[in-house]
Design a protein around this ligand. Structure first.
Ligand code: FES
Length: 106
């Protein structure tokens, strides 16, 4: 059992996600989780490149092992509301790709 119910990672230091708005996505997730009363229950962290460059902004939720792609601010709000609070995966943003590296761009 880990320290948090959900541990959320947002790629904010790779070569493409930061150019696609990942800092705003990170801020929205962090602010949204706190506003939902999840501080201490949900941890939102910056992360480095996940080798899915070009599909971003990338967000991963553990322990569910759900990978989200092309997450915008609206998507981040939905992930807070539906996944972190409601426990349901937000299907529209799920990263659909084969396991492993899936870079569209280097
Ligand atoms: S820059 Fe985000 S996955 Fe590589």
């Amino acid at each position: 059992m880990g320290q948090y119910k959900y541990h959320v990672f947002v790629c904010t230091s790779g070569s493409t996600c930061p150019t696609q708005g990942s800092d705003a996505v990170h801020a929205t997730l962090k602010r949204g989780a706190a506003a939902a009363g999840l501080r201490g229950t949900v941890r939102v962290n910056h992360a480095g490149c996940m080798n899915q460059c070009g599909h971003g902004p990338m967000v991963v939720v553990y322990p569910d092992d759900v990978w989200y792609a092309r997450v915008d601010v609206h998507g981040a709000e939905r992930i807070v509301r539906e996944h972190l609070v409601g426990g349901n995966v937000v299907a529209e943003y799920v990263h659909r790709a084969p396991p492993g590296d899936n870079k569209l761009v280097d």
